[in-house]
Ligand binder design. Sequence first.
Ligand code: CP
Ligand code: NVA
Length: 284
Amino acid sequence: MDLITLKDWDKEDILHLIDEAMLIKEDPEKYYKVLKGKTLAMLFEKTSTRTRISFEAGMAQLGGHALFIDWSSTQLGKADIKDEIKCISRYVDVIMARVYGHKKIEVMAENSSKPVINALSDRYHPCQTLADLLTIKERFGKFKGLKVSWVGDGNNVCNSLILGCRKVGIKISVAVPKGYEPIENPDLLTDEVKAVKGADVVYTDTWISMGQEKEKAKRLKVFRPYQVNKKLLGKALFMHNLPAYRGYEVTDEVLDSSQSIVFDQAENRLHAQKALLLRLMGKI
Ligand code: CP
Ligand code: NVA
């Protein structure tokens, strides 16, 4: 079993993982030795704060070991990824990779003898969505009947959120400028005010994802009306996967408000991924 996109996971797998993550969060000591002797390889083609540290800390808390590997210090950029991953998967028990092009993570999964985790590609960020669903479950105690509104760029985080919400029965509406639609199929709008009507949660992400730096000037202009400010947020809770660019996609006032649950989301990366590691290694 891999986690490349939530499209491949069924509803029961997702719900079970969220429940297990809650148990792990409640009593982490119970799991201190479960992955003793196991190794996770973490391959990073792009930078990271949360993903790297939460996976590394999580693996240590489960009694295992995590290797941080900067892609550029390996042969991955020069050699055939198929050959490299066949070797890596003979050394370790699970592989996690953050890549630019989504195809690379698919090739890894096809050629690895061990489970592969997508730690963000240009198309998806499933680990983020698992933590987000855990955060929503903690706050609301349920999924059914909730509405999440995405405002901004229809990017990798948005695609995974659409898939995750759909699977667990959350209604999701998406407001993006023309030309920036997600590849997954949501309740799609261009009007941000309409999209957030009746929302329990308003979610946004950076307007400039890693690899899009050259488009910065254009994107800042196109996305300006999609900033999440106090007026747009209304009474909803605010979510953001982070890193956030204050004053662009979100105001300080929103990010620092009591409606903002972004640091719970960030913390829940740890708990959800510990459950994920246990699931992929057959321990739950
Ligand atoms: N949300 C998230 O994936 O953060 P990092 O880029 O810091 O890992
Ligand atoms: N959409 C952002 C998410 C970073 C965690 C990016 O791809 O850079």
